[in-house]
Design a binder for this molecule. Structure first.
Ligand code: ZN
Ligand code: ZN
Length: 355
């Protein structure tokens, strides 16, 4: 499987006439060779690969790294220099977005015989379509997070702080085997619901308020992403109305997910529905995004996106309505694009549940 991932680099070698690629971003290292530690570098040529680490990681690398020779080194730049010389590597691509100016200067000085080629977001592109191993991990983490949320939702009662809900949710996820949370949870109640990214605060939840919870777990380096909006006590007419509109927009967009559809057209399905119901000014963000080793990945689902959905992409669908001074609603699921259409990975109930 990891070999297949590395083979996706072949067109890049040809196009840029590269002898090797130096990978320093840890997510990309994990993706390409399986190493899960917190320091190391991966050098991949068209015929071989080397993983460089210091003595703290040699044992871990020996058990995790696949398809690359593990080389323990004291000074990584010296090891790189030796590898470039021994293997006649003259043109090496590097990840510009993950290399500081300082690091670049040091690498240039050490590899003064080598031409360094700045790479764009090539690994982001390679990682956009997930393989079956990744889809299994994304499905497992999504299931764990959905079940955790369902277990703690009855804690939503008048008098409870948003931050307590966030804390209990994280406990529940960890109890069920998560490595941690995917991001700082959003728990936004009442008027705070008008903030799409209102992180859990000390605010006390009160009867009659809507509560938006945007949450995700992290397991085996993969993230989940899901949002529910529930009510604490009986919701008012307007709260019910906007929840129904957002849920319809969410359902309509999901029904259209299939390989070949433009992401901006999918965005328009949800956006048009919200606009037709008079709330067009209250949905300011894009419809969704890819999820994987990072919480926000390619593709972007927005009116400006030029991306087209392909089989294997894992994306969120998350329309919302946010009314300043009143509150808001967002509903989000994560799905995988299949040959026939889609499979929803997240499973918390999206009805307007009342607690
Ligand atoms: Zn989310
Ligand atoms: Zn999201």
């Amino acid at each position: 499987m990891l070999k297949n991932r590395r083979s996706r680099l072949e067109p890049l070698f040809e196009e840029l006439k590269l002898d090797a690629v130096l990978v320093t971003d840890l997510k990309n290292i994990r993706y390409l060779c399986g190493f899960s530690g917190s320091e190391g570098a991966l050098l991949i040529s068209s015929s071989a690969a080397w993983f460089l680490c210091d003595s703290r990681y040699t044992e871990q690398a020996a058990s995790e790294v696949q398809g690359a020779e593990v080389r323990e080194c004291v000074l990584r730049l010296e090891a790189l220099q030796a590898l470039a010389f021994e293997n006649g590597l003259k043109r090496i691509g590097f990840e510009a977005a993950h290399t500081s100016v300082r690091a670049f200067r040091k690498i240039s000085a050490a590899l003064n015989e080598v031409e360094l080629v700045e790479l764009g977001p090539v690994f982001d592109d390679i990682r956009t379509c997930k393989d079956s191993l990744e889809i299994d991990l994304l499905a497992a983490v999504a299931k764990l997070a959905s079940q955790s949320l369902t277990a703690i939702l009855p804690l939503i009662q008048p008098g409870v702080r948003e931050s307590e809900i966030a804390l209990e949710l994280e406990f529940e996820m960890r109890r069920r085997g998560a490595d941690g949370r995917a991001f700082d949870f959003i728990v936004a109640s009442g008027v705070r619901g008008a903030m799409p990214h209102g992180r859990a605060s000390d605010k006390v939840i009160q009867s009659g308020e809507l509560v938006t919870i945007d949450f995700g777990a992290l397991k085996d380096a993969y993230h989940s992403d899901e949002t529910v909006t529930v009510a604490c006590g009986e919701p008012g007419v307007r709260a019910r109305e906007i929840h129904a509109i957002v849920r319809e927009a969410h359902d309509l967009a999901i029904q259209r997910v299939r390989p070949g559809i433009f992401c901006k057209d999918l965005d328009a399905v949800a956006r048009d529905h919200i606009r037709e119901h008079g709330y067009g000014d209250y949905f300011g963000h894009g419809l969704g995004h890819g999820v994987g080793l990072e919480i926000h990945e390619q593709p972007t689902l927005s009116p400006r996106s030029e991306a087209v959905l392909e089989e294997g992409m894992v994306v969120t669908i998350e329309p919302g309505i946010y009314i300043p001074g009143f509150g808001g609603v967002r509903i989000e699921d994560t799905l995988v694009v299949t040959a026939e259409g889609y499979r929803v990975l997240t499973s918390a109930d999206k009805q307007l549940l009342i607690f």
